[in-house]
Ligand binder design. Structure first.
Ligand code: FES
Length: 192
């Protein structure tokens, strides 16, 4: 990991989404990634094998969801539907578990993943403002991915570089002692 000081995410078809919109709450819709689902038949085969092995024991739901996230990298709507149907549990239950536990992500990681530390040392030095600026420039919130899959944004806890606070990482690069004004310049490097 390189360290720099300052400037240096189910085929979500329209029909499926519309049907979902009717059935589920607005709050639920807000959390669903708009990045098109790109699951492969091989991934589905692996997931269905996990479901087949666990479907008679509903206490295995968490395990199935963990396996699904391992297979797909996140838990898109289409995968949640597969799990709900396969395990014969309400979709709301799968969704509820996926949003309750921080280990589950509803958005894929972008080609460029940006993570802003909101640990105490970074927070008191303005990392929330840096996260807000990134959110404004990328048009996504923390935990989301841009529709083209290019960028994802997340907040994280202390990464052990408090001496460089406030800190953000872009893929495996660490940027320390950054200010709000540095953000656009750093982003530009990854947009090229
Ligand atoms: S609090 Fe941000 S690196 Fe430690």
């Amino acid at each position: 990991m390189r360290i720099r000081e300052s400037c240096a995410p189910v085929c979500t078809s329209g029909a499926a989404r519309a049907a979902f919109a009717k059935e589920e709450s607005q709050e639920m819709l807000k959390k669903i990634s708009t990045v098109p689902f790109r699951g492969t038949p091989e991934q589905e085969k692996r997931l269905q094998a996990v479901i087949a092995a666990c479907k008679d024991d509903k206490s295995q739901l968490m395990h199935v969801m963990q396996e699904a996230q391992e297979i797909y990298g996140y838990l898109p709507y289409e995968v949640q539907v597969m799990i709900a149907e396969g395990m014969d549990v309400p979709l709301e239950k799968v969704y509820g578990v996926s949003t309750f536990y921080a280990q589950f992500s509803l958005s894929p990681k972008g080609e460029t993943n940006i993570s802003v530390c909101l640990g105490t040392a970074c927070y008191v030095k303005g990392s929330q403002q840096i996260l807000d600026k990134l959110s404004e420039l990328l048009g996504i919130g923390a935990g989301e991915c841009t529709e083209d899959g290019a960028f994802s944004l997340e907040a994280c806890r202390c990464i052990g570089a408090c001496g460089l606070a406030p800190v953000m990482t872009v893929n495996d690069e660490v940027y320390g002692k950054i200010t709000e004004d540095d953000v656009a310049g750093i982003l530009a490097k990854y947009r090229a």
